[in-house]
Design a protein around this ligand. Structure first.
Ligand SMILES: [Zn+2]
Length: 238
């Protein structure tokens, strides 16, 4: 029904690589790192410029950055040259040009922020506990994905529209409004599918769920709502 034609049903699924937003991989959220919570420019490495407990003075990571001999560990980061600060924070993994004798032969140097982003690409997870979890909650924030604006789909899927609305617009309508709209569509070539859709939307309204949106995710439903939705799915299978 949608125009332009961008593919079959799988391209409208954020779980399918063909449909998911490439930036957030279909999650609808992006990880945002507050670097001021990760790095204190007013401190030197020895004073604890790395504000993440795993990189605090005395830790393995902290020793590792000192071991590179690339930086003056007593100089406040604010006083570094731009090149040195970039190297300390953002350098991609690279071999050291003049490795000190006690440097691990195969080790690559990597900037603190770069390493942090690589280590925690998804932000805070339930598996993180204690101080690490508290640090991550302070440093990492989840924001709506700037590319898909939370729609979770790629731009091709979102470009396909029925009467000016894409699948994200439609799934944000209440079921009652969506039904009213679907009843105005006349598309003989897909009549059975449309009839089926209208029938299922009517069933949800009959169950008192007309105020819900199809885009609302299952975990946000109350127990009663989830129960009734389960019933509709069961009826649909029958
Ligand atoms: Zn996205």
């Amino acid at each position: 029904m949608g125009r332009p034609f961008v593919g079959y049903s799988h391209v409208f699924s954020f779980n399918d690589p063909a449909g998911m937003c490439p930036r957030c991989e279909g999650v609808g959220e992006a990880v945002d790192i507050d670097e001021r919570e990760l790095i204190d420019l007013d401190k030197s490495i020895n004073e604890g410029a790395f504000k993440f407990s795993a990189y605090a003075p005395g830790t393995w990571y902290w020793k590792w950055y000192k071991l590179t001999r690339l930086f003056d560990a007593d100089c406040k980061l604010r006083d570094y040259s731009k090149e040195d600060l970039d190297l300390l924070l953002y350098a991609e993994p690279q071999p050291l040009k003049n490795p000190p004798p006690d440097w691990y032969a195969t080790a690559k140097y990597e900037g603190v922020v770069h390493r942090f982003r690589r280590t925690y690409p998804d932000g805070v997870r339930d598996t993180h506990k204690g101080q690490t979890a508290r640090d991550l909650a302070r440093i990492i924030h989840r924001t709506t994905c700037p590319e898909c604006k939370g729609a979770r789909l790629n731009q091709a899927a979102l470009s396909c529209r029925i009467d000016g609305r894409n699948i994200d617009d439609l799934s944000r309508l209440s079921i009652a409004d969506l039904l009213a709209l679907a009843e105005t569509w006349t598309m003989p070539e897909v009549a059975p599918a449309l009839e089926n859709l209208i029938g299922q939307l009517r069933t949800l309204i009959d169950l008192g769920l007309g105020y819900l949106q199809l885009g609302r995710t299952t975990p946000s439903l109350s127990g009663g709502e989830a129960q009734r939705i389960k019933m509709v799915r069961h009826l649909a299978v029958l």
